[in-house]
Design a protein around this ligand. Structure first.
Ligand code: A3D
Length: 320
């Protein structure tokens, strides 16, 4: 059977890391697309040349021509600009909306059957715009944010408890911004919920509150340290986890920015929710029950994303 074809739209920091991870995990043949001439070609060749030492097979092509993504099974979109210190994700909206328009048209023309994962910020508004511009079915267009935000939460929790990260599960829902919703009640160490761990003396409410806030500020913490761009290793790893779930029909339960119509009190909206990802794309939205406090945080986050979507409509009148 032919190897799956993975198109990476944007060959910057995350795009290059995605290509390297896809190579090492032998997920398929990779096409790196970017408007910058030479960057995707150079990165594709560099990664291909790591094959003999690492021991992977596959084809790696860099291109500035959308025709080369033809027939892609999966597309991961990082095209656009990242933020710099002092910027919020929302400051990127105007520039990245124009980028989503050209990317959406490129995917529509050349890879209309692909499963599309958007990473470009501000994430929830950009994945919505990308679905609109591409016209692909909503269950085939998702945004990566919850897997990353949950991974950050899991890392901080594992460090706090001095346990393996593998045994920490966590859930971060809502929009990928300051209003994101780390769900403490649904986060566990090997099945023991965090509130029980407070009762057991493993941590305190104050320390847990600080970890929740550090999770919300996780992206800004890295931007502040790097100064020239934003995080790329963990974002790329998170998106690869989602792509693998689709390509291998793993039916993973992952928090993703997905189109929600009739669950969690939402009617036709893109935001971070628990999803099942398999060969059908988003096969199911998991309609979890939130308590009053959680619902209030989620509603606030949805309202923040709604504001961004309205701003997109104000900029581009072709968006319904
Ligand atoms: P960067 O290294 O600047 O790469 C972006 C690439 O996009 C560059 O190589 C550009 O040449 C290219 N590009 C620009 N315009 C176009 C276009 N029209 N068509 C094709 N390619 C184009 O950025 P990065 O890889 O660090 O980040 C990419 C995006 O991901 C940014 O918007 C970040 O804000 C975002 N990001 C999201 C998360 C989430 O968790 C959602 C995390 C980290 C970064």
């Amino acid at each position: 059977m032919a190897r799956p074809k993975i198109a990476l739209i944007g060959a910057g920091q995350i795009g290059g890391t995605l290509a390297h991870l896809a190579a090492i995990k032998e997920l398929g043949d990779v096409v790196l697309f970017d408007i910058s001439e030479g960057t995707p070609q150079g990165k594709a060749l560099d990664i291909a040349e790591s094959g003999p030492s690492e021991g992977f097979d596959g084809s790696f092509k860099g291109t500035n021509d959308y025709a080369d993504i033809a027939g892609a099974d999966a597309c991961i979109v990082t095209a656009g600009v990242p933020r710099k210190p002092g910027m919020s994700r929302d400051d990127l909206l105007g520039i990245n909306l124009k980028v989503m328009k050209s990317v959406g048209e490129g995917i529509k023309a050349h890879a209309p059957d692909a499963f599309v994962i958007c990473i470009t910020n501000p994430l929830d508004a950009m994945v919505w715009a990308l679905q609109q511009f591409s016209g692909l079915p909503a269950e085939k267009v998702v945004g990566m944010a919850g897997v990353l935000d949950s991974a950050r939460f899991r890392h901080f929790l594992a460090t706090e408890f001095n346990v393996s990260m593998r045994d920490v599960t966590a859930f971060v829902l809502g929009g990928h911004g300051d209003t994101m919703v780390p769900l403490v009640r649904y986060s566990t160490v090997a099945g023991i919920p965090l509130p029980d761990l407070i009762d057991m003396g493993w941590t305190t409410q104050e320390r847990l509150d600080a970890i929740v806030q550090r999770t919300r500020d996780g992206g800004a913490e890295i931007v502040g340290l790097l100064k020239t761009g934003s995080a790329f290793y963990a974002p790329a790893t998170s998106a690869i986890e989602m792509a693998e779930a689709y390509l291998k029909d793993q039916k993973r339960l992952l928090p993703c920015a997905a189109w929600v119509d009739g669950a969690l009190g939402l009617n036709g909206f893109y935001v971070g929710v628990p999803t099942i990802i398999g060969a059908g794309g988003v096969e199911r939205i998991v309609d979890i029950k939130m308590n009053a406090d959680e619902q209030a945080m989620f509603d606030k986050s949805v309202a923040a994303v709604k504001g961004l979507v309205e701003a997109c409509k104000g900029i581009d009148s072709s968006l319904a």
